[in-house]
Design a protein. Structure first.
Length: 257
């Protein structure tokens, strides 16, 4: 793509594949979307398209992007078979936890629009909790899922917030069968990156690599894909954390805060 015309042609083709639409570029923003975001970022081989969709969808929601941007990603993911309707419903629940229920509701409504536009039949989804539970068993399930996802043991649920992390976030949501752990990881990474909170950013980046969900090279691609939606300043913070945590994981060091 050393020739501008070739880059524009490639960008238009990939934009159509990703969003189902490639309008003529009439402004610098539209031109840069076509010629940089789609031609140069979405075309990169270091991260699979499903993962890029997850980062793009979560990034667009949490950044408050316009409906047409979010709807394009959802439409493209459904039409291309990269994500199913049931997986997108699960993604909305996951985004609610890491970005707030308001953001999750925005995504859920957008999924409904995309499903109608692409003629998707309703998704069959298991209830959050279909039967009664034993409190001790619920805590044990959450603690075990926390270790599985984070690769270290969490603290005891001694406050209402920590209890909710154990019981709901890990005891019910992370272990739901409708979305695999790697997919949940990318949604989580966007959420913690948006939080601008050092400990969640670093612990989840470490866990992404230590768990085997993501390679260090894939994490570098994540930073670039995330930066498109969050902006370069936020992405630069994440870039520094990826460098640091990749060194720890390569050295076999566990997360220690």
């Amino acid at each position: 793509m050393l020739e501008p015309a070739d880059r524009s042609a490639a960008g238009a083709r990939i934009q159509a594949e990703v969003t189902g639409h490639s309008p003529p570029a009439a402004t610098p923003i539209e031109e840069s979307l076509r010629d940089f975001v789609y031609a140069e970022v979405w075309s990169r081989p270091g991260l699979d398209r499903r993962a890029r969709y997850l980062v793009a969808i979560a990034g667009a929601v949490m950044a408050g992007s316009s409906d047409h941007i979010l709807d394009g990603y959802l439409r493209g993911a459904l039409a291309g078979g990269e994500l199913s309707l049931s997986e997108l419903r699960e993604a909305a629940l996951h985004v609610a936890v890491y970005g707030g229920w308001g953001r999750g509701a925005v995504l859920d409504a957008a999924v409904t629009r995309a499903a109608a536009e692409t003629g998707q039949p309703p998704a069959e989804l298991p209830p959050i909790r279909g039967q009664a539970w034993d409190p001790a068993e619920r805590i044990a399930t959450g603690q075990a899922e926390f270790v599985k996802a984070m690769t270290f043991a969490g603290g005891p649920p001694v406050t209402p917030f920590l209890e909710a992390i154990t019981n709901f976030v890990f005891g019910e949501m992370w272990c739901r069968p409708g979305l695999d752990q790697r997919s949940r990881r990318f949604l989580t990474l966007v959420g913690v990156a948006e939080s601008s909170s050092d400990t969640p950013i670093r612990s989840h980046i470490h866990a992404a690599m230590a768990s085997g969900n993501c390679t260090p090279d894939e994490m570098q691609e994540f930073v670039l894909q995330y930066g498109i939606h969050a902006g370069w300043p936020k992405a630069s913070v994440v870039q520094g954390a990826v460098f640091d945590m990749a060194k720890k994981v390569a050295a076999g060091l566990a997360w220690n805060g």
